[in-house]
Design a protein around this ligand. Structure first.
Ligand code: NAG
Ligand code: NAG
Ligand code: NAG
Ligand code: NAG
Ligand code: NAG
Length: 324
């Protein structure tokens, strides 16, 4: 009888302080972009100074998947959650969040139970999974390579894809414009070999970019789209030596052609950096960088054409006295 009363008394007088209070988080979600998944569990009124007095248990569907026993400083983990862990040093600040690799993560309601000496409490957090907006829709992304591809391809809206194709095609058309001027105005036995090389290289580039566009635009096959994108962005750099050779064949380097070429190199670097970031990052944030790089590559082609046209029309009047 007396022990019971004592227990009741003790219980009621300690009730106010016997509860651990948790930050209210009802659910968290993860996407294919999360390499690690963190299920938050934050105790707001931890008082102890030693993890030895703490005991943490994580439960999913009535099964304990993770137990940390502070008195032994020992974690016990359910085999299917082998990567699960908590930060022991974070515990004293009240952080009992469970971290695990996304390969172990399963959706469901997780219960975080924390005991600190006689005080205890628990909270339930639902872990949800969200497919990335466009990622993998309509295509089977079971293997990693496809995932990478669909990640890349899904980043670009149809409008962006059109820009990715339009800028290089525009640049190539402008190149052919300059090539036309070159053959009409600067043809001589001295330049013939260069012109043939330009013709071959220009044709190869045109074919590569067209193939790239055919692969990229339809977008139903992620690997194809990603290869198309890679083909276009990488091969478009050929325009720089082409433009250089056009200038050299026509009139050599001048104070106009040097900045034009430098701008084009910068555009290419920007596009390549954009492509690398797109491949490495998970969120679709670097598309604009890639596209502006392509735009900056096209602009010097236009400037080059205008400049060439200008010089060509001037040279007709300048040339006779110069040739004596
Ligand atoms: C997944 O990653 C996002 C962005 O980095 C983050 O905000 C979110 O908390 C992560 N989700 C989980 C469950 O860890
Ligand atoms: C948890 O329970 C739900 C429904 O009861 C079930 O669908 C799910 O597979 C279970 N999860 C685990 C990891 O056992
Ligand atoms: C608990 O063990 C970990 C390694 O498993 C160690 O880093 C940590 O310092 C230990 N903590 C205490 C309080 O003994
Ligand atoms: C933790 O406890 C388990 C079971 O009690 C034991 O098998 C394991 O060796 C212990 N680990 C450490 C690091 O003490
Ligand atoms: C988790 O619990 C909430 C509320 O009780 C419920 O709506 C939800 O369906 C549960 N989720 C799972 C995966 O069982």
């Amino acid at each position: 009888m007396w022990p019971l009363v004592a227990a009741l008394l003790l219980g009621s007088c300690c009730c106010g302080s016997a509860q651990l209070l948790f930050s209210e988080v009802r659910s968290v979600e993860y996407t294919p972009c999360n390499e690690t998944v963190v299920i938050p569990c934050i105790v707001r009124n931890v008082e102890t100074q030693s993890t030895e007095e703490m005991y943490v248990r994580w439960k999913l569907n009535k099964t304990y998947i993770f137990i940390y026993d502070g008195s032994k400083n020992n974690s016990t983990v359910e085999p299917s959650f082998a990567s699960a862990k908590i930060s022991v040093s974070g515990l004293l600040k009240g952080d009992a969040s469970l971290k695990m690799s996304k390969h172990n993560a399963v959706v469901g309601n997780y219960t975080c139970e924390v005991t600190e000496l006689s005080r205890e409490g628990k909270t339930v957090i639902e872990l949800k999974y969200r497919m990335d907006v466009n990622c993998c829709q309509g295509s089977d992304c079971s293997d990693e390579k496809e995932k990478g591809g669909c990640k890349l391809a899904s980043w670009f809206s149809p409008n962006e894809k059109i820009l990715i194709v339009i800028f290089p095609i525009l640049a190539i058309l402008l190149f052919w414009g300059k090539f036309g001027i070159l053959t009409l105005k600067y043809k001589s036995t001295r330049t013939n070999k260069r012109i043939i090389l330009l013709l071959i290289a220009g044709t190869v580039l045109t074919v590569i970019v067209i193939i790239g566009a055919i692969l990229l635009i339809p977008g139903e096959n992620p690997v194809k789209s990603a290869s198309g994108l890679g083909l276009i962005v990488i091969s478009i750099g050929i325009l720089i030596p082409l433009q250089y050779n056009v200038f050299m064949t026509a009139f050599g380097m001048t104070s106009f052609t040097v900045p034009i070429l430098i701008t084009q190199v910068l555009g290419y670097v920007l596009a390549l950096v954009g492509l690398c970031l797109c491949i490495m990052a998970c969120e679709p944030v670097h598309g604009p960088l890639l596209i502006s790089g392509l735009g900056i590559i096209a602009l010097p082609e236009l400037l080059g054409l205008v400049y060439m046209k200008f010089v060509a029309s001037n040279q007709r009047t300048i040339q006779p006295p110069r040739n004596k």
